[in-house]
Write a new protein. Sequence first.
Length: 274
Amino acid sequence: TMPRKRKLLAQLSTLQSKSSFPPFDALGNLNVTPDRDSSPKSSKYFAVEKKSSSQLESDFFNQPCISLAKSFLGQILVRKLPDGRELRGRIVETEAYLGGEDEASHSKGGKQTQRNTAMFMKPGTLYVYQIYGIYFCVNVSSQGEGAAVLLRSLEPLEGLDVMRELRSASRKGPTKPLKDWQLCNGPSKLCQAFGIDKDFDQRDLTQDAAIWMVPGPELPGEQDVVATARIGVGNRGEWAQKPLRFYLRGNKFVSVVDKKLEREMAALGSSSCS
């Protein structure tokens, strides 16, 4: 029996060496959705490394600060928690901090410190800092030395109950349940709701497994965007008044609405239509 067994093994070895098995690339054809047509498709079961094929990549973040601040409006921030649950929110309000001459920027005068290093890193890097010793704010670096965009408000889309839990955990004493519009309508609130803390500082939005962005289904037009003064920079001279805060007009999830400017925009809009 032994010679016969050896003969079979030799035949098997010959078959394998002749590459009668399909090359590895051919496994790509297995990327099909069950019970559908057999044409090659990307399937979540085979996408081991990639979180999302539609994820916003480096070229999106690599634009001037004001342009990026406007471009963020309508995009979706995604946060994957350690237990696998995902939170999603649509960006509805941002502020641009230009660095250099911008008196309200943490990098004014081009000064780089241990705290603001992320502002000088490649576009798409998160800059997380603390205010009042307790609350966090999250920014995203853009083109330009020390320039970054503050994410001010989100419209919660997915995981609202989890956001509520995370928010209430950081509030003291017995409190009323938060309404949907209260979950992420401010820079520190959105950090609480999404579980973003100092540990996220200097992370890359295009590479990180816990936080990234995907394109929003409907992006606003220029007429949908309000450009007004930033908040909390009142003692910065002319820079306190520059229209470097951008938000989606008519969106109830925005933190602070400029009613006067919105009325002016509405009046202009109706006069141009008539």
